[in-house]
Structures are given as structure tokens and as C-alpha cells.
Design a protein around this ligand. Structure first.
Ligand code: 13P
Length: 256
């Protein structure tokens, strides 16, 4: 069990209307009072942020956007700026989710600009990285993680560990029901810390939080959270159901 307070983050992707998000947040605020040992963060779609913020604004539950544009404002149809996320009450934003990288072809150059924009705007970042199945099978997982981290964080003198969280999300485990084994996830998380220590000599990697994402459910959460170096979860499908989401949080609580 990690010494860092686990983050139990819900990435709803393109699910839930604003009203459904509102109802979920209401249920969560009641249940979260009994779970002070975890940090909850909800990532609704952009249209749901305002409604969910209405519920969360006086609570310790975090709120974030699933994406942002690197420009401050302008002619970017369909996009959302950092300022807009903040105005909707967000403290967080996800950058580099594998669906953004692979479906929407976001490049590391774009992601680097997004990370800089988010941090400059005062948002905290969940930066997602992870390898494809063929990359794992070719034995190049570490190389892929290093390439992504190096490119997405290039130009930064130091890593602000209180404002950046890394989410290791192997692409083959996302939405597939195939979860990484605790050994695979533990190894990748250790690699992430080692890579970042190499890139940022002043980094105290024990302060950095690294989340696991990919087919997390209440049936596998306990074995994953028990691995040193796994500091919580970025949950897709299982985070849509309040009981399942809360159950994962219960299993992840720091022991008193
Ligand atoms: P699933 O939990 O649905 O596999 O999705 C994981 C994910 O992509 C979270 O960002």
C-alpha cells in the first residue's frame, strides 16, 4: 500500500448527460464522507462540468476536464480552453489519454503544449501514457513510456509533483476487460519513476503519484492497490456506476 493518498479518478469519457452527472455527484458526496482516505476526482464531459461543479463546489472532491486546447482562445471550433475549464470549477485536466492519442491522433508536440498551457493556467494535470499491445509484445514498453514522457514534458526544468500525476494506462487494457497483472503494472510504475528521475535530476520520485488505468473493477482493485508504486486509479467503465466506483475507493483506502 502506497504512503501517498490514493487518487480514485472517474474518467466518464463520452458518457452521462449533465443531469446524470449531477445525480452521480450528489450520491458520491454523501458516500465520500465515509472515505476520507482517498482523493476522489470526477472527469465529466465538458457539457457536464457546470452541473457537477454545482454539487462538488464545497466538497473535497476534485473536478477536471477530459481534454483542453493549448491556445488561450480563438477560432478552434469544438475545443475547450483552460480558462473555460477553470470557469466551470475544474482544478484538473486529463492530457494525452490514449483515445486522444490514437483516435484523434494528438501528437506529442500538441500534448507538450497542452501540458504547458494547463500548468500555466493553474490546472493540475493527469498525464496519460501507455504502450500498445504490439509494443508490449515486442518488449518495448519501457522505451514507449520513456519516449512519451520525454516528449510530453520536454522543456520543463523541474517536475511539479504536486501538480502533475502520471496515469499508466496500457492501451491493450483500456475498455477490454483485460487488466494488467499487479506485476506488470508494478513494473511499469517503477519504470515511470526511474525514467522521470533520469529526466529530472532534482525529482524526489517518492512524492510523485502514478495511477493505473485499464479495466479496473472492484474485483481487481485490491490486488493492484496493494502493489507499492500504484497510487490509485483512473477508471473508465467501472466509474459510471456509483456503487462500483465507491467500492473501488473502499478497497483503496489508506489503512488507519
Ligand atoms: P476502462 O476502465 O473502461 O478500461 O478505461 C480506462 C481508461 O481509459 C481511463 O482513463
Amino acid at each position: 500500500m502506497s504512503i501517498r493518498k490514493p487518487i480514485i479518478a472517474a474518467n466518464w469519457k463520452m458518457n452521462k448527460t449533465p443531469q446524470e452527472g449531477y445525480q452521480f455527484a450528489r450520491q458520491l458526496t454523501a458516500k465520500a464522507l465515509n472515505l476520507p482516505g482517498v482523493q476522489f476526482i470526477l472527469f465529466p464531459s465538458a457539457t457536464g462540468l457546470d452541473h457537477v461543479h454545482e454539487v462538488l463546489k464545497d466538497t473535497a472532491i476534485g473536478l477536471g476536464g477530459q481534454n483542453l486546447h493549448s491556445a488561450e482562445e480563438g477560432a478552434y471550433t469544438g475545443e475547450t480552453s483552460a480558462g473555460m475549464l477553470k470557469a466551470c470549477g475544474c482544478q484538473w485536466v486529463i492530457i494525452g489519454h490514449s483515445e486522444r492519442r490514437h483516435i484523434f491522433h494528438e501528437s506529442d508536440d500538441e500534448l507538450r503544449a497542452k501540458v504547458a498551457t494547463a500548468l500555466n493556467a493553474g490546472l493540475k494535470v493527469v498525464l496519460c501514457i501507455g504502450e500498445l499491445l504490439e509494443e508490449r509484445e515486442a518488449g518495448s514498453t519501457r522505451e514507449v513510456l520513456e519516449r512519451q514522457l520525454r516528449a510530453d514534458l520536454d522543456g520543463m526544468d523541474a517536475l511539479p509533483v504536486d501538480r502533475i500525476v502520471i496515469a499508466y494506462e496500457p492501451v491493450w487494457a483500456i475498455g477490454t476487460g483485460v487488466v494488467a497483472t499487479p506485476e506488470q503494472a508494478g513494473e511499469a510504475h517503477a519504470q515511470v519513476r526511474a525514467i522521470l528521475e533520469g529526466l529530472f535530476p532534482t525529482l524526489n520520485a517518492s512524492e510523485l503519484r502514478v495511477l493505473y488505468g485499464g479495466s479496473v473493477k472492484s474485483s481487481n482493485a485490491a490486488s493492484l492497490i496493494g502493489i507499492p508504486g500504484i497510487d490509485g486509479f483512473l477508471i473508465g467503465g467501472a466509474s459510471l456506476d456509483i456503487d462500483e466506483y465507491v467500492k473501488i475507493a473502499e478497497l483503496s483506502q489508506l489503512e488507519a
